[in-house]
Design a protein around this ligand. Structure first.
Ligand code: SF4
Ligand code: SF4
Length: 378
């Protein structure tokens, strides 16, 4: 899932001022996945910024067609990395979606996803039912892979914890093996993991849907839950930025944290070809792609193939894979084709949204990189 700050600082520049930074050079166009899919100005970052600016200035009235172009934005933030003027596209997107929500109610799928993310009891029941009926559902009604069996809550390590772990919302049900893998890898470098019980969803999904009030409430809950943690490890690149805002910069990507331990952990040789997908948020926001390459390079004999075909984004984009699965699948297909022809035995991806979206299109295993690395511990 994509990430961005759930709330703007009170003293932050106006949305109009943010859009006014754009000098319309167009250097962001070639890197934008939606522009690659539909090469028209309104599907580009420059076009969206111009649209938002005109809405803010009152020189253009919002229309359904304009809203759809903003809806199509994947929040991948590749445009930010290409922009020579330093345009902050992430905050522009979050704040324009909040304005959009004030005049247009979200659809039932978006509302449903937001409720499930924010309410753990409801989510537990819904995913248990989804798991039960999954074999009977047609493919069109399976926006996510079948959840694994419910696992016991992650055990609290004995002794004083040294690294608190952010779990997330849907990851609570899907990522039991990932948390076990992280605990094993941390143990290998002499660090204990803790999983504070009072934590909740990061709120990025709500912020991206324009619901800043809920995003701020969730941020406050996480601030309290991690008040005493020295370091907060994140497992999903899409959640990282929102968690970092909640815990005042104490969040560290778990991959980057492990990679800092230069000589440990030790990995056994592995004669295998694996495919690596680097989520947009991992490359453009968290920037833990280099540490991940570094960790994988420490596994002797491992052959890593980077899967990057197509448009530059897998199309998961927060709730977009559930709201518009056909469009999301168009972004995903080139990646799956490249994976299928690569000869790799499994696909690794460090963001839960991307991983669930990719897994829903292949029968081969799709894992978090830490699951694979924990298997390689010697
Ligand atoms: S965030 Fe991604 S999809 Fe949206 S305008 Fe920027 S590059 Fe395009
Ligand atoms: S690269 Fe930056 S300044 Fe140039 S058009 Fe895109 S957002 Fe505007």
């Amino acid at each position: 899932m994509t990430a961005a700050a759930p709330c703007a600082h009170p003293a932050a520049p106006t949305l109009y001022a943010l859009t006014d930074q754009c000098v319309q050079c167009g250097l962001c166009l070639p890197v934008c996945p939606t522009y690659a899919l539909e090469p028209i100005e309104t599907e580009s970052p420059r076009g969206r910024i111009a649209l938002i600016k005109a809405w803010e200035a009152g020189s253009l009235a919002p229309t359904g067609a304009g809203d759809r172009h903003l809806d199509h934005c994947l929040g991948c933030r590749r445009c930010e990395t290409a922009c020579p003027a330093g345009v902050e596209y992430g905050p522009i997107l979050i704040r324009s979606r909040a304005h959009q929500r004030e005049r247009r109610a979200p659809g039932w799928r978006q509302r449903g996803a937001e409720r499930l993310a924010a309410h753990s009891g409801l989510r537990r029941v819904a995913l248990a039912l989804y798991r039960m009926f999954w074999p009977l559902l047609p493919a069109a009604l399976r926006p996510l892979p079948r959840p694994p069996r419910a696992t016991a809550r992650s055990a609290q390590a004995a002794g004083p914890p040294e690294a608190a772990v952010f779990i997330g919302c849907i990851a609570q049900q899907y990522e039991g093996p990932v948390r076990a893998a992280l605990a094993a890898l941390l143990d290998a470098i002499g660090v204990r993991a803790s999983f504070p019980a009072a934590q909740t969803c990061c709120g990025a999904l709500h912020a991206h849907g324009g619901d800043r009030a809920t995003a701020q409430r969730l941020e406050a809950e996480n601030r309290r839950a991690f008040a005493h943690a020295e370091v907060v490890l994140t497992l999903a690149s899409g959640c990282h930025e929102a968690v970092a805002d909640a815990v005042d910069g104490r969040a560290v990507d778990a991959i980057a944290y492990l990679a800092r331990h230069v000589d440990a952990p030790h990995f056994a040789p592995r004669r295998e070809r694996i495919a690596l997908h680097l989520p947009c948020t991992q490359r453009n926001v968290v920037r833990s792609d280099a540490p991940l390459h570094d960790l994988l390079a420490r596994v002797p004999e491992l052959d890593v193939v980077v899967i990057d075909a197509g448009f530059g984004c897998c199309g998961a984009a927060g709730t977009q894979m559930m709201i518009d699965p056909a469009r999301a699948a168009r972004f995903r297909q080139p990646l799956l084709d490249q994976f299928a022809s690569s000869g790799a035995t499994r696909l690794l991806s460090a963001n839960i949204g991307c991983r669930l979206h990719l897994a829903n299109g292949t029968v081969l295993p799709v894992q978090h990189p830490l699951e694979f690395l924990s298997e390689c511990l010697s």
